[in-house]
Write a protein that binds this ligand. Structure first.
Ligand code: ADP
Ligand code: MG
Length: 225
């Protein structure tokens, strides 16, 4: 199974006209592999993630998430699909200030149902997987920027998603910390068999990823490396 976008076109209203944010984009990301998407600001990278996340319905084209075609699904069905199959890491970690790291993850499980003890165990395992077990009881203001971003990533994995979508997680980090986050995402992708799309502007970090695609004016092309 995989994440599949086929012939996706997305436009936004722009005065009397429409702005084409995505132009006939096709992309397949198999589970267990990471595709990096690079491109200049305004080229359509976040729009691509929003369509893959089923947060925006494209004008044309299809999105298939781990075997489920999203075309024609209602709001409630899309919400369920996102909860069960899609982990999203936004640019800003938007952690809840009052909660500890482990609680940030447990909140996700409560949304999904299941026992509190099982959720805590899973949350601790994930914090361990991102190297933050010792910080489990810290609140966001007691964590560094890189640590907050790792909590954010662990939280997105809480419901064991088939698809992991990550938007510029390293933009606020220095090069070394950014590279560590990309390495972590690559490892988690292989371990947890997610179909991962990583939007980034830092090409220097991409040596180990499985596939690189470049967006320009809403058009996607594969990059030979
Ligand atoms: P990137 O993430 O690569 O910077 P975006 O996907 O955010 O690019 O934006 C692609 C294009 O779509 C840009 O020209 C941007 O101004 C436009 N755009 C993005 N979101 C909206 C929106 N909600 N309404 C109108 N135009 C938008
Ligand atoms: Mg963006």
């Amino acid at each position: 199974m995989s994440l599949d976008l086929t012939g996706v076109t997305l436009t936004y209203p722009d005065g009397d006209a429409r702005l084409t944010a995505l132009d006939q984009v096709s992309l397949t990301v198999p589970r267990g592999s990471l595709t990096a998407v690079v491109g200049p600001s305004g080229s359509g990278k976040s729009s691509l993630l929003a369509v893959a996340a089923t947060l925006i319905t494209p004008d044309a084209g299809t999105v298939v998430v781990d075997g489920t075609t999203t075309t024609g699904l209602g709001r409630g069905e899309l919400t369920d699909l996102r909860r069960l199959k899609i982990g999203i890491v936004f640019q800003q970690p938007n952690l809840l200030p009052a909660l500890t790291a482990v609680e940030q993850l447990q909140v996700m499980a409560r949304i999904g149902g299941g026992s509190a003890a099982a959720a805590r165990g899973r949350a601790m395992d994930l914090l361990d997987a991102v190297g933050l077990a010792p910080q489990a009881r810290r609140r966001p203001h007691q964590l560094s920027g890189g640590q907050r971003q790792r909590v954010n990533i662990a939280r997105a994995l809480m419901n064991d998603p088939a698809v992991l979508l990550v938007d510029e997680p390293t933009s606020a980090l220095d090069h070394e910390r950014g590279a560590a986050v990309v390495d972590l995402l690559t490892r988690l992708t292989h371990q947890r068999a997610t179909a991962t799309v990583l939007v980034t502007h830092d090409r220097a970090q991409l040596a180990a990823v499985d596939q690189v695609a470049e967006v320009h004016d809403g058009r996607l092309s594969a990059v030979a490396r």
